[in-house]
Each structure stands twice: as structure tokens, then as C-alpha cells.
Design a protein around this ligand. Sequence first.
Ligand code: PEP
Length: 249
Amino acid sequence: MRKLIVAGNWKMNMTLQEGIELAKAVNDFFDKNPTDVEVIIAPPFIHLPDVARSLTGVQLSAQNCASEPKGAYTGEVSAGMIRSCGARYVILGHSERRTYFKEDDNLLHKKIILALGQELKPIFCCGEVLAEREAGNHFNLVREQVETALFALGAEELSQIVIAYEPIWAIGTGVTATPAQAQEMHAFIRDLIRSQFGDPVADDLTILYGGSCKPSNARELFSNTDVDGGLIGGASLDADDFIAIVLSF
Ligand code: PEP
């Protein structure tokens, strides 16, 4: 049985006090209403230790990590530092990192290795821009991302990874992929993983959908065979909306 996951990416939002309040609201709800879904929140780096202290059942993720283990890299935050703050996950390859900070899949491969070395589970993001989909190149593009970042891993390492398919044209735009578009790409990704790592790894792989997922569309998206949850941006900043998305399973 693969794990169902809903992860909230707060991006560069929330003061520390607001973040703690939001984390407590989500955590308290699931303390009182236990769920089989793995609920994850990803606050900014600087909030990780304080938010960690507010969590019991909800898991903690970072939004990125450095591509070097330690040393003279001013302003960077290593996988080891993140793990030492209590996080269990790290989002890697989010489209905003790819676009604004020019991260490519070779660099992401390095980050994945460092994260795994610190027992952090990477949430690896992939997805195409609108022009690539319109040109019919979206499957090739996602294949290239997955192959470059993940195919050199061993099966045991791959089993620690969560993949998030996030069509970039759907992120923060209010435009959501249709359930059929999400299912089609998730099945494609699972087959790719199957071809390289075999049936057990592919069958156990959690693949999240991300892109304008909200309470009103989560149920329809999550009802697809290969959609195992969501990576949520905007709607994760509101406790009620985020909780409602988790309850959509
Ligand atoms: C995201 O940034 O990962 C995301 C899915 O954002 P939103 O839900 O706001 O589209």
C-alpha cells in the first residue's frame, strides 16, 4: 500500500508567529481527528525549529537544501542542518527554484543524494510549462527530468522519494490540470519508474499532484488511481482549506 500524502508548501509566506499559529491549527486538528494520510508542512527554513516544537503528528519539510554538504557557502542551508531541526522531508526542484534560481536536474540529483544521506525524504518536483504542453513535448520533458535526477539512484534510495508532478502552468494560476491530465502524467511517471526500478518500487511510489489544488477540486483529483495526494501552495496558508484538502481522500 503506498502512502497518501498532502504536503503544504508555504513558500516565502508567514511571519514566525503566523507560522506557528497555522502549524498548531493543522496539528491540533489531526491530533483530534487522526488520519492515515501523511500530512506535511513546509515552512521557510528560519521557522523550522520553532514549528517543529509545535508538531506532534504532522510532519515537517524544508522547501530546498544546499547542493553541498557544508562549508563556505554563505546563505545556504544544508541537508544536515534541516534534519537536525526535526524535518523528515525536503522539497527539491520546485519550479520556482528551477525558474528563478536556475536549478537543473543534474544539480537536483546532487541535492537528492545529500538529502538521502541525512535521512531526509526528497519530494522531487517535475512538470512542464504551457508552451511545452501545447507543443506536445510534456511527456519528453518530464521523462528527461525524472531520468536525469533519479535514474542513477538505487532501488532502495528511490523508495525514499516522493515525486510531485506540478504542471507549471497550473501553479498559483487558478488553472488546474484536469483529473484526466493529472492521471495520464502520473501513470506515465509510474511506468517510467517501473521500467528502471521494477514493480515493487513503482507500485509503492507516492506521486503527488500540484497546481491550484483546493478544497473544491481535491476530491476529483485524488480519486485517480495514480494520484496519491497533493503538493499544495496557496491553499496551504489557510488551515481550514488545507485541512479540507486532506479530508478529500
Ligand atoms: C506549488 O507551488 O507547489 C503549488 C502547487 O502552488 P499552488 O497550489 O498555489 O498552485
